[in-house]
Design a protein around this ligand. Structure first.
Ligand code: NAP
Length: 249
């Protein structure tokens, strides 16, 4: 009998999500990951995870669509038999100063980064409540705690995600389901690689540990929160940020 657990990672084809999918596969979990448009990256990640010897499925689904999330979750259960771990990782940025930010830029970030998490939790909770177990891990950001110039949309979505995390943790606790959020600081990925070197240098100066974080460092905490050892932790927002959110004074 296959006693492997199944982990579903949204936006698992690149960056932090990919590192999470790979680490969870290395721990012996079967993997389903979603992506939205980059087929080539998804295929590459699929092959990499296959080589770990677990079952893996890549599924194209926009998390901002309620119906596509329903299909993603239905397909996961049909193909893998269960969903034990949900990692809400998919996220985007559309940075701009308040004065210049377009309504669409605000709405799109809220739709993907906040409503997308509601969509997945809504559909997955039905399955986890029935099986009386589950781990939900939301990838937030320290920007949801400290704010940032040019990111009013992103900060609002990530702060909202902290509210979702705590509310869902309280609602689902009685059925043995834990819900936590990880708030990364500045992590190497496609999302941050586009930033100008001058801006990156300024950020590094604000990080007490003096360096940019690695996606694997976020993935390692996901693995811990998904493990038996973390069964008494719920409703928490844990920073993986080299101390950045503490501030410099
Ligand atoms: P990334 O490298 O840009 O990768 C984003 C992933 O999300 C890709 O797999 C992408 O799929 C997928 N995605 C984007 N929009 C989607 C949608 N509407 N539906 C489904 N999937 C979608 O991003 P990252 O830097 O790894 O960030 C991952 C998460 O960490 C995000 O929630 C981000 O806010 C958070 N975070 C990142 C940092 C950082 O420094 N990088 C810091 C704090 C928090 P495609 O490949 O198809 O586009």
């Amino acid at each position: 009998m296959d006693i492997r657990k199944t982990a579903l990672i949204t936006g698992g084809s690149r960056g932090i999500g990919k590192a999470i999918a790979i680490r969870l596969a290395e721990k012996g979990n079967n993997i389903v990951f979603s992506y939205v448009s980059n087929e080539e990256a998804a295929q590459k990640t699929l092959e990499e995870i296959k080589s770990k010897g677990v079952k893996v499925l890549a599924f194209k689904a926009d998390v901002s669509s309620y119906d596509e999330c329903q299909k993603l979750i239905d397909t996961t259960v049909k193909e893998m038999g269960s969903i034990d771990i949900l990692v809400n990782n998919a996220g985007i940025i559309r940075d701009n100063l308040i004065m210049r930010m377009k309504e669409e830029e605000f709405d799109e970030v809220i739709r993907v980064n906040l409503k997308g998490v509601f969509n997945c939790i809504k559909h997955v909770s039905k399955i986890m409540l029935k099986q009386k177990s589950g781990r939900i891990i939301n990838i937030s950001s320290i920007i949801g705690l400290i704010g940032n110039i040019g990111q009013i949309n992103y900060a609002a979505a990530k702060a909202g995600l902290h509210g979702i995390t705590k509310s869902a943790a309280k609602e689902l606790a009685s059925r043995g389901i834990t819900v936590n959020a990880i708030a990364p600081g500045f992590i190497e990925s496609d999302m941050t690689n586009t930033l100008a070197d001058k801006y990156k240098e300024a950020i590094i100066k604000a990080i007490p540990l003096g360096r940019i974080g690695k996606a694997k460092e976020v993935a390692d905490l996901v693995c811990f929160l998904a493990s038996e050892e973390a069964s008494y932790i719920t409703g928490q927002i844990i920073c993986v940020d080299g101390g950045m959110a503490m501030g410099s004074i």
